[in-house]
Design a protein around this ligand. Structure first.
Ligand SMILES: Nc1ncnc2c1ncn2[C@@H]1O[C@H](COP(=O)(O)OP(=O)(O)OP(=O)(O)O)[C@@H](O)[C@H]1O
Ligand SMILES: [Mg+2]
Length: 370
């Protein structure tokens, strides 16, 4: 799906900005989205996600830049003439209407559609979201997850080419949200409609998306597959926004292909890291390592990088534990480890005050320059 996205460019956003008075809510955003992709806009509150969606839907005109949908310039095209449907942040389904009436609501004003066609479409949509048995119920007689699916069925009934979903699962509790994420993906796969999903939940973005645009203060900071943005963040911001990460000030002291040798004062030792072409020997950089890439052991490991430390703190989560280690060099790291042994007291790999080592591969030591 993500493959060939740039060539297909079903949706092309070129240098789009939006200002409200002197405040710039969206800054020079350029993106392409392929047909049938699930593309997420991920970012904190106020970073411009809804504003960008509203411009795609035609509720706001960009202050600068252009939007092409299926090859057509959207400038001046009103919302109702765009093959786009927006599911709002607080999706409004009508409490006095049945599930069936809600799903058919948007079709009522479609003059070219016969009553029978309308009934067929509604039946098809109810089938798609598995709500056929609930067709005659009112919204208060179904669950939150089911109400969510009513809103989705209503949005899809009009057969948009592009569906914009603004925080579609925010109203659901964690368990239901996880379940609904998979339903959303399966519905998208069956309809082939291109989805743009806004979320501030990074796990949701990772689960749902073919690609993610990470946004900050109106700007897109990185676009990539979930793996790319997690494993290869392009900046300290993206590294810290998605998942947790240990960061240290470092200096490049040598290029030892395919690695870089760094001096890292807080670790009290030199470290081998993944080479990135854009840095020079002598340059100040940030070394970043995800907690789950650090392996805790009691004996000094064979790994290319090994640090000695003491367990200062740990949090036991059942299936895994998070350890906070004081390092001999004076720094501190967080390491994540699966509690893989049998469920006795020894399930953890280490305990409070244990002297341990942490080992990591150069490939998982990231060098960030911005
Ligand atoms: N009509 C408007 N007039 C003035 N400022 C606006 C307007 N709409 C949005 N903004 C501002 O633009 C910024 C981006 O808003 P937007 O709603 O796009 O954020 P968001 O990323 O969707 O945030 P959230 O996750 O909280 O929904 C915010 O600072 C907001 O206050
Ligand atoms: Mg919003």
């Amino acid at each position: 799906m993500a493959e060939g996205a740039a060539q297909d460019a079903f949706l092309r956003i070129e240098g789009v900005s939006k200002s409200f008075g002197s405040f710039q809510a969206v800054r020079d955003v350029s993106l392409t989205v392929g047909k049938g992709e699930i593309f997420s806009l991920l970012g904190g509150s106020g970073c411009g996600k809804t504003t960008l969606l509203r411009m795609l839907a035609g509720f706001e005109e960009p202050s600068a830049g252009r939007i092409f949908l299926d090859g057509r310039d959207m400038a001046g095209v009103p919302p109702w003439e765009r093959p786009v449907h927006m599911m709002f942040q607080s999706y409004a389904i009508f409490p006095h209407m049945t599930v069936e009436e809600n799903v058919g609501y948007g079709l009522k004003h479609d003059k070219g559609m016969s009553k029978a066609d309308r009934a067929n479409r509604v039946a098809e949509m109810l089938e798609l979201v598995q709500l056929t048995p609930f067709a005659q119920r009112k919204p208060h007689q179904i669950s939150g997850g089911q109400r969510q699916r009513v809103a989705l069925a209503r949005a899809l009934a009009r057969q948009p080419k592009l569906l914009l979903l603004d925080e579609p699962l925010a109203a659901l509790d964690k368990k239901l949200r996880e379940q609904t994420q998979f339903e959303l993906m399966s519905i998208q796969a069956r309809t082939g409609v291109t989805f743009i999903v806004v979320t501030h939940d990074q796990e949701e973005a990772m689960t749902l998306s073919d690609r993610i645009a990470v946004m900050d203060k109106g700007e897109v900071r990185q676009v990539g597959s979930p793996t790319e943005v997690y494993e290869f963040p392009n900046s300290r911001f993206v590294a810290g926004f998605i998942g947790s990460i240990n960061t240290f000030e470092a200096t490049v002291i040598a290029r030892e292909s395919p690695h870089l040798r760094l001096s890292v004062p807080a670790l009290g030792t030199e470290v081998l890291a993944r080479d990135v072409a854009a840095v020079a020997v002598g340059q100040a950089v940030t070394l970043a390592i995800r907690p789950e890439k650090l392996r805790i052991s009691r004996e000094r490991p064979e790994a290319a990088n090994a640090l000695a430390g003491t367990v200062r703190d740990l949090a036991y989560f059942g299936k895994d534990s998070l350890y906070r280690l004081d390092l001999a060099g004076g720094g501190m790291v967080q390491a994540h480890a699966v509690n893989a042994r049998r469920g006795d007291e020894g399930a953890r790999v280490a305990d409070w005050d244990d002297a341990v080592f942490v080992g990591f591969d150069p490939a998982s030591a990231l060098v960030l320059v911005t």
